[in-house]
Design a protein around this ligand. Sequence first.
Ligand code: 2RA
Length: 329
Amino acid sequence: MKVAVVGATGMVGEVMLQVLAERNFPITELIPVASERSVGNEIEFKGNKYKVVGMQTAIDMKPAIAIFSAGGDTSKEWAPKFAEVGTTVIDNSSAWRMDPTKKLVVPEINASVLTIEDKIIANPNCSTIQMVMVLAPLHKEFDIKRVVVSTYQSITGTGVKAVRQLENEYQGAKGEMAYKYQIHRNAIPQCDVFEENDYTKEEMKLVRETQKILDDRTIAVTATAVRIPVVGGHSEAVNVEFEKDFEVSTIRQILHQTQGVTVQDNVDTFTFPMPLYAQGKDDVFVGRIRRDESQPNTLNMWIVADNLRKGAATNAVQIAEYIVANNLV
Ligand code: 2RA
């Protein structure tokens, strides 16, 4: 199968190639795509070298699937052109996520919404994916009323410029700034730009995407997204109020049985998820599961995942695996 990876030389694009190789995705021809300045560069995939090509060249090669991680503007312009030649696009940007005609998919939760007509499929935001992976099975059982989430997000979510800023600051060197402020020994309560309501786009993604993926606009969500000097993954403190009461042991049991979720939860042995140990893994890790004693039917949890893997590349590849396995491409 001909597969294009658009944004192949970027941070997420490189992880996409790594995941495609690890999972032995059935690729007969890889088409690495990047901006004109990268055309002609070589990348290595499964021991073979491939030359990076531009968008139109890739479209003319008519790939079956194109996995995009190249920013919203690029996706808005080029995803429809791939779709016009019959390619199924899986896009990691925010461009299509809230488009009512496009599906927003976490395979373990709602892959069944996909049909052969879906030629542009949206990959949710990383901080949303890890949260709904834990919320979805609990929503089914206890009916979520409200979610309050605070995120502690890796600088890798911003990209290589942020990684370089932290390295420079750590070494006391000057350099290009990805953020308005120093990130070393700091926490910045701003991920992405502010909207009219004084929430950031990142915070509103957690609100809007959660409701779309769980297909329930009655779920109230409020979020605070914070950037911290960590590289292994995003962490989230999640407070969930349900319509129904629960036993914490039942919550743990449900999550233990949820594919793609690993429970790490034992305060006696200081066992709980941390980004240092989630890095490079595809599961979503949950711990610090405890009743919120300040109000009925409410639970606190701590959720950690590698934002470049399940939060982006792996989820996108799993969507590709699903459409191949179900003859939707
Ligand atoms: C971030 N989730 O972490 C956003 C985009 N990757 O900045």
